[in-house]
Design a binder for this molecule. Sequence first.
Ligand SMILES: Cc1cc2nc3c(=O)[nH]c(=O)nc-3n(C[C@H](O)[C@H](O)[C@H](O)COP(=O)(O)OP(=O)(O)OC[C@H]3O[C@@H](n4cnc5c(N)ncnc54)[C@H](O)[C@@H]3O)c2cc1C
Length: 471
Amino acid sequence: MGTKNWAFQSASSSLAQTAATAAPRVVVIGAGMAGLVAARLLHDSGFAVTVIESRNRLGGRTWTDDSLGAPIDLGGSWIHRADHNPLTAWCKQLGIELAITSDEARYWFEGKLVMERNAVWRRAWRGRLLADLALAGAVCYQRLLRRVGRRVNLSLADVIEPVLHSRWLPALDRRVLASIVSTSEGVQGAPAAYIDIEDWFPSEAHGVNAMPCGGYRQLIDDVATGLSIRLATPVQTLAYGEEGVRAVTPQETLRADFAVVTAPLGVLQAGKLRFDPPLPPHKEAAMQRIGYGGQGVLGKIIMRFPRRFWPADKQWLISLPPSPDQRGVFTSWISLETIVGAPVLMAFTNGRAAAHFDRNASDDEVCAAAMGVLERMFPGQAVPPERFVFTRWLTDPWALGSYSYPAVGSTPDDRVAYAEPVAGRVFFAGEATQTVDFGTVHAALRSGETAARRLFRAHTGYEPVWQPPWV
Ligand SMILES: Cc1cc2nc3c(=O)[nH]c(=O)nc-3n(C[C@H](O)[C@H](O)[C@H](O)COP(=O)(O)OP(=O)(O)OC[C@H]3O[C@@H](n4cnc5c(N)ncnc54)[C@H](O)[C@@H]3O)c2cc1C
């Protein structure tokens, strides 16, 4: 399957029919999903492609790890809205089984009381209703003022913190609401104070979510087949001009006709990849406005236990945060037992807590915090893990965060400006260039395809007709 040519060989998709000269050279910066998709489509269309990757592995923010004795994804792990996701068709072609994770959850209150999700949500109706009204009102207010030319930028925290801390809110409602806000902070990968009110709960979190059994590595290996890839080679400077591009690395300088830049937005915002000449000011400003990293990250701890001590009949196990200010500390757990065939739990840290753990806590401290929550949920039953892995995407120099989010003051136009090619030579891809479902693997895939299409069109004047496995 992996050796199949993805580029449909027609007059409009193969360079053989459109140009008699030597194959144009393309350097693709970054071997995550976006970069590899762009590289593979261009390579199979006849371009001479070299992928340059700073890490010593492929996949970027998808990373299937075997250190717990089973393949587990430390970065992206779900295929969101799997019934409408190109990754689903691709998995099907490769014969990869999808494990659908149920939305149903069970809630724990310090181990004394355990309730099904729907019952908890029903009981906490006052808090949920108040939050819905406050959020809807704030969105209307913001839109109205913008319509008359006033720029108001409200964050999720501006609206929700007063509700969370209102004195008359029943204790249960306060804790359930804190749990809902924490979920948003996790799916967005940022604390509420940074999330734009209009986009506070990302749509991809709803619907059917599934995990590729065996991990994302299988897709990464498939797309990388046949490509020329240089690992452990960070690009320090990308120079561009009428004559082409030059990618400067500590080892060598690679010359090409075009470049596709897919390094994560946070790496570009931090100036770790320099452009010569600098990018146009309007583009640079747009890229700085989009949310990424800083205080924003999603952290995961994955623990393998000697035996299961949690019930087998629900995948999601949720501990209600004791107070709104203690949210985001490993309160959401998912059992991976049926997916990986071993007693493994995965939990998330979100919002401000996540940045603290990532930057300041040792692995043992993180493990103790996670175990503290499990002991609250399963008093006298929780046993220490045999092994665990904690992710640190915020301090990872080639990620500097987990994924982009809708920052207060940014708009989808900023992502459009980021995706715009520069000087007809430099093309941009990566999850953050997408206006829909950014922060996902399928957004990265789409962005790679779009950048390759733009480059192909710019060089040949033709619209390519491709047949990748997700079509
Ligand atoms: C903890 C976590 C959980 C997630 N969960 C999900 C999920 O369940 N479902 C989902 O759909 N998505 C999820 N995501 C998001 C998803 O993983 C990303 O959106 C996607 O993988 C990004 O792909 P990309 O190609 O845009 O970027 P990347 O994968 O980051 O690829 C960019 C590559 O560029 C390289 N690079 C950086 N700088 C340089 C340089 N100077 N020179 C050369 N190379 C460089 C990097 O090393 C990297 O390999 C999650 C992410 C994280 C971190």
